[in-house]
Design a protein around this ligand. Structure first.
Ligand SMILES: [Cu+2]
Length: 684
């Protein structure tokens, strides 16, 4: 019965919206706040101002709302910001957009009751694609995001925490991914589970130390998994869904893994795969504890919109049985810049997509979606809905409270209000609450609130009751109060502004290797650096990775533990294991010193650092390791570079001094390393 909505759900018709809902938050008023990339849909993609609007699920009406401004009245563009729903129900938004890769340092809050934005003190640097997360004690972690520093576009390595009055830095973490997948754990720490393959834990108390999780450091499968969502489907339990790029065909994966971060030795464990490969998809927790996946593309390009590549069918994962059910298909591509959120009536709003630049040109206007579509999940077709007739407006962790319903129900659940952008929703949570029904009237329930604030960070939440058949009520909106103790004041000696290089070991003295990496992410290696930084550290022989890449040339610099050549044969597979095709190894270049040897017409470099004389060949355009990001191809060789080998041969023929320093790309020819000479210095 493919059309039976009780099995596959049903989509409403597409509704038009004033702008693309790239950033979406469900407000305590039940309305939805959204904004897109630009204030004027026909204007530049990089204007300041973003024209937020409200959408009322009850009436379908949209209306403009206040526009965020700095304290001096300058409008700010909240596109590419990170956001979190605060304990008091306001939405905190940090960072924003100047240009791709270059973020704003602003922060502000939106008050749904007033319909106004209020500026906060700036964050420490421009943050483009940061994540924000409400912590157990009500403070807010803001982490990652890139900004422009001359030609480089470094990712801000220092996270910071908002305590309601000031921002405080935590320990730095070089190599943060953009929009890190962060979640509050029941033990108080914050888990960063992606898109990098290695899971890291941040303790937001005190100085904010980072640790790997206990137990063996087992990376999540399939390496770097960009634009795959992570969902904490129970306190401490996370599922990572698809994303990334297969090292072979560059398509995203359908694979899913779970990790239970409440046990002593957490490991990523395979879960059932999705029916479709997906990247740029959204994952939404539903009132019955299942996880809905919508949209995304199955094609090899970053945001592959080739007909057939975007996935229109939704699917539903049940953590209790680890099974997937394919649901009805939506009408529109929902890929890059699409969003999905659970609405208080148990339906899901899926909207947006588009508004990006590939190379020099923006996406086709037809691929920009100023619209949304509502899914009625299968549970809404399985019988009459129960009704909550009374429930408190505020609950406190650990307490027991009373809920009355119009009929006996089988379960009471809580879903936190949340916000979403770029397949990232840090705040969404689900919990099944323990209940006892009254012996005299089963419609009166004694319900146990979440045990503690670490299990359930404070803030607005949707309370649902469900029938035996899993049919949910419309939510009762309430607020979970803060009970976690206020944070201990930072110990003296905590760095006020930790230095990027502080406390790092001295740079080793081995060969310096320039590594050409082509990022699948269209913004290049400057902002899209975290996965590459992490993968480079796993290459054989690498003792040090420079903390900031060269954005102009799209290269990274590593230092080997030894003098001599890098492991040319092993590196491509080693990189693929960790970075997948999120980064492709374009080639490596080194500068080596030695004496010229070999036939006069076929010079070799001879050095005690080299196991064998290194053949020096003429450079061809396809060898160049440096990249032209705008044109998306290797840089052209200059006349001097094309001529370098001829001049080297002439030097050798002249019989003049043999000591040279030669720079050029290395590659393997029939299993032997050769260097294409791009430049050299020596006696003439
Ligand atoms: Cu974006």
């Amino acid at each position: 019965m493919p059309d039976d909505p009780a099995h596959h759900g049903r989509w409403d018709p597409v509704v038009g919206l004033p702008d693309v809902p790239i950033h979406v938050a469900v407000l305590p008023t039940g309305q939805v706040l959204a904004w897109g990339r630009r204030r004027d849909p026909h204007g530049s993609l990089d204007q300041q101002g973003c024209a937020p609007f409200l959408w009322d699920p009850a009436t379908g009406a949209t209306m403009p709302t206040d526009e965020p401004r700095r304290a001096d009245g300058t409008p700010v563009n909240l596109f590419c910001a990170g956001h979190a729903v605060l304990a008091d129900g306001r939405l905190l938004v940090a960072g924003g957009h100047v240009a791709d890769g270059d973020g704003l340092a602003q922060a502000c809050v939106y008050d749904a009751d007033q319909g106004t934005w209020t500026p906060l003190p700036d964050v420490r640097s421009g943050r483009w694609y940061p994540s924000a997360l409400t912590l157990a004690d009500g403070r807010v972690l803001v982490i990652s995001g890139s900004h422009q520093d001359g030609p480089d576009q470094p990712v801000e390595p220092v996270p910071e925490i908002w305590d309601g009055a000031t921002w405080s830095p935590t320990r730095d973490f070089v190599g943060l991914p953009l929009y890190p997948r962060v979640h509050q754990l029941p033990d108080g720490r914050v888990a960063m589970v992606g898109p990098n393959p290695e899971t890291k834990l941040l303790d937001p108390a005190g100085a904010g130390d980072w640790t790997p999780p206990p137990g063996p450091a087992i990376p999540r499968a399939q390496g770097e998994r960009q634009y795959g969502p992570a969902v904490m489907y129970e306190p401490g339990k996370v599922v990572y869904l698809g994303g990334g790029n297969d090292a072979g065909d560059h398509r995203p994966t359908d694979r899913c893994e779970t990790i239970d971060l409440t046990v002593p030795d957490p490991v990523w464990t395979p879960a059932a795969p999705m029916a479709f490969r997906r990247r740029q998809h959204n994952a939404t927790l539903l009132p019955d504890g299942t996880v809905l996946v919508t949209g995304g593309t199955s094609g090899p390009d970053f945001n592959d919109l080739t007909p057939g590549s975007p996935v229109h069918a939704a699917e539903l994962w049940d953590p209790a049985t680890d099974t997937w059910t394919t649901l009805a298909a939506e009408s529109v591509d929902r890929c890059y810049h699409a969003t999905a959120v659970l609405l208080p009536d148990g339906t899901v709003l899926s909207g947006g997509g588009g508004e990006f630049v590939v190379g020099a040109a923006p996406n086709a206007p037809a691929d920009t979606h100023r619209d949304a579509q509502v899914l009625h999940p299968p549970y809404l077709f399985r019988g009459p809905r129960p009704t909550i007739t009374a429930a408190p407006a505020v609950i406190t962790p650990g307490e027991t409270f009373t809920v009355t319903t119009d009929e006996p129900v089988a379960a009471v659940t809580l879903v936190r209000l949340s916000s979403v952008t770029h397949t990232l929703n840090t705040d969404q949570r689900f919990l099944r609450l323990a209940t006892t029904s009254d012996a005299a009237d089963p419609r009166t329930l004694a319900v146990t609130a979440p045990p503690s604030s670490t299990d359930w960070p404070p803030g607005p939440a949707m309370l649902f009751v469900l029938t035996d058949d899993g049919v949910p009520s419309v939510a009762h909106l309430l607020r979970v109060a803060v009970t976690a103790p206020p944070p201990a004041p930072a110990a003296p000696g905590v760095p006020a502004a930790p230095e990027r290089t502080a406390g790092r070991p001295a740079r080793p003295s081995g060969t310096v290797v320039t590594v050409g990496l082509t990022a699948q992410c269209p913004y290049g290696l400057g902002p899209c650096w975290g996965g590459a930084y992490s993968a480079l550290q796993h290459l054989a022989g690498v003792a040090h990775v420079e903390p900031v890449p060269d954005h102009t040339d799209q290269t990274a610099q590593v230092v080997l533990a030894h003098r001599g050549l890098p492991d040319l044969a092993g590196w491509p597979d080693q990189l693929a294991r960790w970075a997948n095709a999120s980064y492709v190894l374009r080639g490596v270049e080194v500068t080596l010193a030695g004496d010229l040897g070999g036939d006069p017409g076929d010079p070799h470099l001879v050095s005690p650092d080299l196991a064998a004389p290194l053949r020096l060949l003429r450079i061809a355009p396809g060898h160049h390791v440096l990249w032209d990001l705008r044109r998306r191809r290797r840089r052209s060789l200059t006349a001097d570079e094309r001529d370098a080998h001829r001049r080297l041969v002439a030097l050798r023929a002249s019989g003049a001094g043999a000591a040279v320093r030669v720079t050029g790309p290395l590659r393997l020819v029939r299993g032997r390393a050769v260097m294409a000479v791009r430049a050299f210095s020596g006696q003439r």
